[in-house]
Design a protein around this ligand. Sequence first.
Ligand SMILES: Nc1nc2c(c(=O)[nH]1)N[C@H]1C(S)=C(S)[C@@H](COP(=O)(O)O)O[C@H]1N2
Ligand SMILES: [Mo]
Length: 515
Amino acid sequence: MAALAGVVSAAVVLAVAELIGAFFTARATPVFALGSTFIDFTPPWMKDFAIATFGTNDKAALFVGMGLTIALLACVLGIVAYRKWALGVLGVLFMGTVIVACVVTRAGVGPVDAIPSVLGTIAGLFVLRRLMVPLWGLKAWPEAPSDIASDADSQVGGAGTSRRRFFATAGVAAVAAGIAATGGRLLSAARNNVAQARDALRLPAPVKAAAPVPAGVQSPVPGVFPWLTPNNEFYRIDTALSVPEINVKDWSLRVHGMVEQEVTLTFQDLLDADLIESHVTLTCVSNPVGGKLAGNAKWLGFPIREVLKRAKPKEGADMVLSKSIDGFSASTPLDVLQDDRDAMLAIGMNGEPLPVEHGYPVRMVVPGLYGFVSATKWVVDLEVTRFADSKAYWTERGWSERGPIKTMARVDVPKSFAKFPPGKVAVGGTAWAQTRGITKVEVQIDDGEWVEAALSTEASTVTWRQWSYEWDATPGIHYVKARATDGTGETQTEKRADPVPDGASGWPSVMVTVE
Ligand SMILES: Nc1nc2c(c(=O)[nH]1)N[C@H]1C(S)=C(S)[C@@H](COP(=O)(O)O)O[C@H]1N2
Ligand SMILES: [Mo]
């Protein structure tokens, strides 16, 4: 029962903070601040494991893990408080301090944002005390402080009444916590009008439209993923537990550091600028061989080289550190942002304003580099600097400071562990080597010869290229492998590498049973 008291009190702490937090920075309630801090301290192997195991459900998994950990800690604290109230109080205050520390150290959060957590902790302590009194009444605990012991003594009734009183209080507190948490979520959703603002936003037409997509980019093999990835199917990877909600009126981008001229852009400046549109395939460095953390979209935006032309980088600068509103940062080589590839500050994705999870209102899109060193979502700051002077978010966590995309083929069809009868089997997939392009894809069955697959039409060197192959399958268990060759003539390496520190490598292999 003491453990239950602890869990109910912890729920009250979080729920009260969630409710009051609706009037403060959305990302600053204990649940999000604790989770975000946990993410920031996640070692690379664990991040890798989480993405490999849970994929884009990694955040749900984090919430479940956090819930279990908090519940366990709360059980312990409840028992401690029952045995030694003063120690329990100290424990709760310690946890409260940890929560406040996590909250106030988030990017874009001020000291006043500690208020919900402080009030939540006080409410939790209050409930814990109300639950302990009937518990102590059940069986006078020798170490209970004298004032509490007499509190307990003063209760008329005996064990039955104390037990009823305990469960009544616990029940009321739990229900109240549920209502407060739900109310808090609804309130903060109602207070933020970002979804409506996004729906109302009309994007201007580009001055330079995307090159028309040639016929035949899609592999004829059914089951190969669409060449153009719909927004709602586009993979999502970021450290944001709750998506930053930015009002376009408040958004601005500051370009500073080693520049002759500091530049500040407003969203209106972007709407008024000469925008371009371009198809670019984004790829995540955490993508395992054969993985799905890649997507292809039509992006609308303003070329970053034009912004840099206005800012005039100084001699010696070799990197741009882009920062998001929530503390993520990426290091992108300066020359990559100045050459003629379409690196842009994107505001549109497949003809719509950026979805909130994909960076609304403005993100970076840089062809040829993994997202962790280039594709900053919710971007608000570009600092022109040097690799020798500044480190980006993932570089500080053991990942590379640079991230050119490795040449990679993927087998989409057949799926791993598929079973089918012998005879003609359609094999197909995609391959990418952004900025170099794909010139060849080969397929190998078991240890047989490498055979060239048929390539679908190439739209550009910065988009993926699909392929297909007809296999005459014989009975047995088989491995279907693929490898791509890029525009420089280099074939993707067989050497297996983990995603850490600069991207996975190796040949994808799909096991199938023909019977
Ligand atoms: N603000 C912010 N931007 C970010 C990230 C992040 O964690 N925070 N992750 C990057 C990584 S690792 C990748 S792969 C891409 C993914 O973009 P997407 O979610 O739109 O697919 O966003 C990049 N931009
Ligand atoms: Mo990524």
